[in-house]
Design a protein around this ligand. Structure first.
Ligand code: TYM
Length: 342
């Protein structure tokens, strides 16, 4: 049976287009697929989390009020995007204590030298070497615990998470080696070729990110149509005439082509043909319209859930009950394997 696990951090209130096209779009496709499979052969599980514990490692500490409201907002972003709590277990990470317990267990088999050379750790600890927390180092261990607590087989994420999934597989192997018992599956990454790495609108060589100081670099699911048009209009391009896909030499135009392709459903090759001799402004109009057609319905649903917060709180409560049932049961089995008295 398939178990899918994934999550996003509530480091900001709204998800951006990178989160949506890189991960959420796949979550929705898998949700449909698994629902169909479950009709004929039930037992496949889909588990999506708001990973609030991970967001505690962020450089900028969120205020209690911000963290609390961002968590609810990210849940709202999931629901507005189409995540269906009838088909999915949707919960907040810190409401399932077993994530933290399993993290400790994995901390005791995770390699310190491996953790200290992980790409994300090196990048994030570069700028503020004075105040690197143990939590930042241990970030991939918590992520491995998230996935393995449910014995997940598949993890739909963007390309930037590849190393973390590889690390999770290493944890599986060291656990099996240390305790001489096979318990966890080796989880596989799921990502889409065209959208696994959506880049900044201001620099096609760095990824679109919540932490980029420029709001012009990303499109949020809460942006109005006018904001989307303005951001695409101001997005970086190059001085080469015409539109063509060439990541090496034309990263900015290539990024816009990827975004336009996944949001419109037209292949990159067809878009290149259509806009080959057209001006940037003409192409940009198409890109913004295509983004708006995806984002507008989500934005409207976000407004609905914001006005009906009680529904969202109830969904999270119910989701954490379901997640706890699986997690507590699996943690008991893990404790048995290790010999922890319980
Ligand atoms: P987070 O919140 O940083 O990102 C959430 C998801 O969005 C994807 N993503 C992107 N995809 C394409 N292009 C981009 N520019 C872009 N920016 C972000 C990320 O790859 C991710 O899938 N460590 C995870 C959270 C996590 C997790 C887990 C994921 C914690 N535990 C267990 C899966 C399984 C993260 O960084 O999320």
């Amino acid at each position: 049976k398939v178990t899918v696990f994934s999550g996003m951090q509530p480091t900001s209130a709204a998800l951006h287009l990178g989160n949506y096209l890189g991960a959420m779009d796949n979550w929705l496709k898998i949700q449909d697929l698994i629902a169909k499979h479950n009709e004929v052969s039930p037992g496949h599980k889909l588990i999506f989390s708001i990973v609030d514990l991970h967001s505690l490692t962020a450089t900028k500490t969120l205020s209690p009020k911000e963290l609390h409201s961002n968590t609810l907002s990210v849940a709202i972003n999931y629901l507005a995007s189409g995540i269906d709590p009838q088909k999915v277990i949707l919960f907040n990470q810190s409401m399932v204590a077993a994530h933290s317990e399993l993290t400790w267990i994995f901390n005791c088999i995770a390699s310190f030298s491996k953790l200290s050379t992980m790409v994300q750790f090196k990048e994030k600890s570069k700028s503020n070497s004075q105040s690197i927390s143990n939590g930042l180092l241990s970030y991939p261990v918590l992520m491995a615990a998230d996935i393995l607590l449910y014995r997940a087989t598949h993890v739909p994420v963007g390309d930037d998470q590849t190393q973390h999934i590889e690390f999770t597989r290493e944890i599986v192997n060291s656990f099996h080696h240390t305790y001489k018992k096979k318990y966890f599956p080796l989880p596989t990454i799921i990502s889409s070729e065209t959208s696994k790495r959506i880049m900044s609108l201001q620099d096609g060589r760095v990824k679109m990110s919540k932490s980029d100081p420029s709001d012009l670099s990303r499109i949020s699911l809460t942006d109005t149509d006018e904001m989307i048009q303005m951001k695409i209009k101001k997005s970086k391009t190059d001085s080469i005439i015409g539109i063509s896909y060439d990541i090496q030499n034309r990263p900015d135009i290539s990024n816009l082509l990827s975004i336009a392709s996944v949001t419109s459903g037209v292949s990159i090759a067809d878009l290149e043909k259509e806009f080959k001799d057209k001006q940037n402004s003409h192409f940009k109009d198409f890109v913004s319209q295509s983004i708006i057609s995806k984002v507008k319905p989500i934005r409207e649903k976000i407004n609905y859930y914001q006005a009906n917060e009680k529904i969202v709180r109830d969904i999270l409560l119910e989701g954490s009950d379901k997640a706890n049932q699986i997690a507590i049961n699996n943690l008991k089995q893990i404790k048995d394997i290790i010999g922890l008295y319980h």
